[in-house]
Design a protein around this ligand. Structure first.
Ligand SMILES: Nc1ncnc2c1ncn2[C@@H]1O[C@H](COP(=O)(O)OP(=O)(O)O)[C@@H](O)[C@H]1O
Ligand SMILES: [Mg+2]
Length: 372
């Protein structure tokens, strides 16, 4: 116990240093960069495109009109309720609050007024008690160094708040209430159901919608132009397809694809390769063996797929699609998908990929056999 606590303390230290560094390095130079024109930049300052093309003001956040409208109203009044952003990954939650904070405080004050915590290790109950509390207790003035008015409170951003333990969330609740004069909280999470009710009831809730394909395409095309990439319509469509609504994923894939080819050409093939999608032929083959083959054959095929390095979770997703669309009876489908749910859970708990896949495929085999 003592040892664990000690090592987690060390970790917290490292994370703090990391977070501090990250906040300044990623948000600051980015600003200068766009002013200078990104395409003329030297390669030396390579930053991930997700950071480089993060919206800089709330107006640049696409597709979340309702959220932006309400948030802007709050910004005008220079008062902000406690916020809770929720929705799927890569839809602009972090970007929105960072942009809002920057608009409120300007680049200088931003550093003093905004505390951003976004790794799950950072937020045991101890950290909430000490770090958040200490920061929350500092009182602040209502003017900026450049004389402009700014709100007399600080903002604490707790990204991925749904990974906080319930006791830590409860500790936060007290702090939130006690420091309401000087501090606003912004909780960000994917699953609102994992936030305890006393916290959700203290925040204005904002739901972020999954981004429409067209919006994603537009953003990707914009980046392609700014980075002088060669692309085809199909490759952009493929990017959107493989990243299911997660623009961060799509942008990251785009950057990898651009790096992979010498002349900055993004092809559909590279996209699919990078995304780690299992070739449809392989999935078909696997299913055929489940339908008609023997268990021995199945063993070999599954072994091969896992050895080829395809992620079991990816195989699972694609098998799921194939099964749902395939022509089995509803009863068979429901038995198989139920097994898929169990396998998915086991995989996320760190179970052996080969065994899980084999177990799933044998259920498919069994179901098919039963009906014949
Ligand atoms: N609504 C949006 N408008 C513009 N860009 C977006 C939007 N959502 C996501 N992005 C892009 O995706 C990246 C990740 O967004 P982020 O705000 O970190 O997502 P989240 O916090 O919701 O997971 C950003 O760098 C940005 O370029
Ligand atoms: Mg985020």
């Amino acid at each position: 116990m003592g040892k664990a606590a000690e090592s987690s303390k060390g970790l917290v230290g490292v994370m703090q240093a990391f977070l501090k560094g990250a906040t300044f390095q990623t948000t600051r130079p980015q600003k200068d960069k766009t002013a200078a024109g990104p395409s003329t930049e030297k390669k030396a300052k390579a930053i991930p495109w997700v950071e480089k093309y993060r919206p800089k003001c709330v107006d640049e956040v696409a597709f979340q009109e309702e959220v932006v409208a309400v948030l802007k109203k709050s910004l005008e009044g220079a008062d902000l309720p406690n916020l809770l952003f929720y929705g799927p990954p890569g839809t602009g939650k972090t970007s929105t609050i960072l942009a809002a904070a920057r608009e409120l405080y300007g680049p200088v004050l931003y550093r003093q007024r905004v505390l951003e915590l976004n790794a799950s290790d950072e937020r045991g109950i101890q950290v909430i008690r000490e770090k958040v509390k200490n920061f929350a207790q500092l009182t602040v003035a209502g003017t900026r160094t450049d004389g402009k008015l700014c709100p007399p409170f600080k903002i604490i951003i707790l990204d991925e708040a749904d990974s906080m333990t319930a006791p830590a969330q409860a500790a936060l609740r007290r702090t939130m209430e006690k420091e309401s004069r000087t501090t606003r909280f912004c909780l960000i999470c994917n699953y609102i159901s994992r936030i305890i009710e006393p916290l959700t009831s203290r925040c204005s809730k904002f739901r972020f919608k999954p981004l429409a394909n067209q919006i994603q395409e537009e953003r990707l095309l914009e980046i392609c132009d700014k980075e002088n990439l060669k692309y085809t319509k199909e490759s952009i469509a493929a990017l959107v397809r493989v990243s299911d609504g997660d623009l961060r994923k799509a942008i990251t894939f785009l950057q990898s694809a651009a790096r992979l080819n010498v002349d900055k050409e993004v092809t559909e093939c590279t996209v699919i390769e990078i995304a780690g999608v299992v070739p449809p032929k392989m999935i078909d083959n696997l299913l055929q063996i489940c339908f008609k083959g023997t268990f021995e054959k199945l063993e070999v095929t599954v072994r091969n797929m896992v050895d080829e390095g395809y992620a079991a979770t990816q195989i699972l997703i694609q098998l799921h699609e194939a099964i749902i669309e395939g022509d089995l009876t509803d009863k068979q489908k429901s038995a198989i998908t139920e097994k898929m749910a169990v396998v998915g859970k086991c995989l996320s708990d760190g179970a052996d990929e080969y065994l899980q896949m084999l177990s799933l495929c044998s259920v498919i085999m069994q179901q098919v056999a039963q009906n014949n």
